[in-house]
Structures are given as structure tokens and as C-alpha cells.
Design a protein around this ligand. Structure first.
Ligand SMILES: Nc1ncnc2c1ncn2[C@@H]1O[C@H](COP(=O)(O)OP(=O)(O)OP(=O)(O)O)[C@@H](O)[C@H]1O
Ligand SMILES: [Mg+2]
Length: 258
């Protein structure tokens, strides 16, 4: 579904990505891990069109999308949930979610349908509709950020550090939402510092370092790679989260049958 080939990209003329190859098949969950500054967020920004690659190709269903405008990429079904907290705290939960429907704002009927779908898929949106987004817990805010991007019914969802700053309960909630998205047929590409959580959820893993992909494979293979295991399972590592995986229902370790 998504293919990056030898992508070079960066900021202000400097290259952060130095030839990135990456693929996501439909209905998979791919988790990108790696140290701070490896270029993980930059990969997501290049896919969603926030930065344009200077070399290489990004294809969606075989069509080149590298360098296209973010709104066009969004229209093609690729939505990004950014790393930073991105809700308007003084606006209600529902108002925040409706902002995600900006591109379809002229079609009131579709907007209404999508909102109903999102309320059903993400109960927090229905339960706290009129609450100021700023009054929600970290985990609930993350749900609303994801809910907002579901207004355009994306086929591919890009999540940058969805676990960041969440307590164990928030982590479990977000993990469950990601699994439900995947089960509903959405392809997921996420970046995670919480390697256990990310590779536990994912079907496929990608390890980045210094603007390049160092290792790819099934999530299990990446998790079990001795070097990777010693980097994030061994004590005192610099790029791992110490938090234990959240308790979850079901078996997130096994890839969905496509
Ligand atoms: N807006 C920007 N302008 C200039 N340089 C940037 C910008 N954003 C990121 N960089 C630089 O690009 C490099 C890669 O950053 P990126 O955010 O992609 O890393 P990351 O792997 O997501 O790291 P982290 O785990 O800290 O989120 C870093 O050296 C960073 O300083
Ligand atoms: Mg980042």
C-alpha cells in the first residue's frame, strides 16, 4: 500500500533522512523504533506531505505522492496524528473532532454520518462531547486526537508516539484503540519510544538510526533480534521506555490474518 524508496528529506536544505526504504502492506501495523533524532517523526512528516523529499520516491497504491500538498495526501486517505498535543483545550471535545472534518465541511450529511461513526467507534467522543478538551486525561485526549483524524475515514493512519506521557491506563486504552483500528481494516504506521508496547502491538517492525533504516522484519523478529533486544530489554538503555506493557485483552502479538 505504502512504499518509500531511497527517500532523502530534511529541513532547510539539510538532510535528516538519508535514503529510507520502507513498506507497509494493507491492514498491517508497522512500528518504527529508534533513538531520539533518528528521523522517525521526519519519515511520518514526509509521508503526510509536511516536508517534501529531495530524492527518492513515496508511493501510495503505486501512485507517487512525495512532495504533494498535505491536503491532497489527506484526501487520498492518509491521516497523521502528530507527536505534540494538538487539541484546542478551550474547545469542546466534539468541536475538536469536527475540525478533523474540515475537508468535508461542505457536505453536511457526510459530516454528520462521520461524526456518528466516530462517536460509535470512540465512546469518549460521545460521552464527553461538550467537555472542554483541556479537562480530559492524557489518555482521553489521545483518543480524541485519533478520533479527530477518523473524521476523514483514513485508510492509512500515521501515529507519532501515541504512548507519550500516558499512565498505564492511558497506555492500555490507546493500545486497544490501535488494535481496533487495525481490525476494522485501517493500516497503521506508528512511531514509538515505548518499544515493548509498539512492537507488542505491531505486525511489523522497523528500526531507524541516523536517518536510515537499520532493520526491518516481522515485529516478532525485530523484538527477538539479539542486538535490538539488548538495546531495549537490557537495563540502562537510552532509547527505551521502562514502562511495562499494558494489560490487554486478546492476543496483540499475533498479526491479523489478512
Ligand atoms: N522542524 C525542524 N527543523 C529543523 N530540524 C529538525 C526539525 N525537526 C526535526 N529536526 C531535526 O531532524 C532530526 C530528526 O528529527 P526527528 O524529529 O525526525 O527524530 P525522531 O526520531 O522523531 O526523534 P524523537 O525520538 O526525539 O522524536 C533531528 O536532528 C532534529 O533536530
Ligand atoms: Mg519524533
Amino acid at each position: 500500500m505504502l512504499q518509500l524508496k531511497a527517500v532523502v528529506a530534511g529541513y532547510g536544505g539539510g538532510s535528516v533522512l538519508r535514503g529510507v526504504d520502507l513498506e507497509c502492506a494493507e491492514r498491517t501495523i508497522t512500528c518504527v523504533v529508534g533513538p531520539n533524532g533518528a528521523g522517525k517523526s521526519t519519515v511520518l512528516r514526509a509521508i503526510s506531505g509536511l516536508i517534501a523529499p529531495t530524492e527518492g520516491e513515496i508511493r501510495l497504491d503505486g501512485e507517487p505522492i512525495g512532495g504533494r500538498a498535505p491536503a491532497e495526501i489527506l484526501r487520498r486517505g492518509v491521516a497523521q496524528v502528530p507527536q505534540s498535543h494538538a487539541l484546542f483545550p478551550a474547545m469542546s471535545v466534539q468541536e475538536n473532532v469536527l475540525m478533523g472534518g474540515y475537508l468535508i465541511r461542505k457536505d453536511r450529511k457526510l459530516l454528520r454520518e462521520r461524526l456518528d461513526q466516530v462517536r460509535e467507534r470512540m465512546p469518549v467522543v460521545a460521552q464527553r462531547a461538550r467537555e472542554h478538551a483541556g479537562n480530559l486525561s492524557g489518555g482521553q485526549r489521545r483518543m480524541v486526537e485519533i478520533a479527530r483524524c477518523l473524521m476523514l475515514d483514513p485508510r492509512l493512519i500515521l501515529l507519532d508516539e501515541p504512548s507519550l506521557g500516558l499512565d498505564p491506563r492511558g497506555l492500555a486504552g490507546v493500545a486497544e484503540v490501535i488494535q481496533r483500528l487495525s481490525q476494522a481494516g485501517t493500516t497503521v504506521l506508528l512511531v514509538e519510544q515505548n518499544v515493548r508496547l509498539g512492537l507488542g502491538l505491531a505486525t511489523h517492525g522497523v528500526v531507524m538510526e541516523g536517518g536510515r533504516v537499520r532493520l526491518t522484519g516481522t515485529a516478532a523478529a525485530v523484538r527477538d533480534n539479539p542486538e535490538i533486544a539488548s538495546l531495549y530489554l537490557g537495563g540502562g538503555t537510552r532509547w527505551t521506555s521502562e514502562s511495562p506493557p499494558p494489560s490487554r485483552t486478546g492476543d496483540p502479538g499475533s498479526p491479523p490474518t489478512a
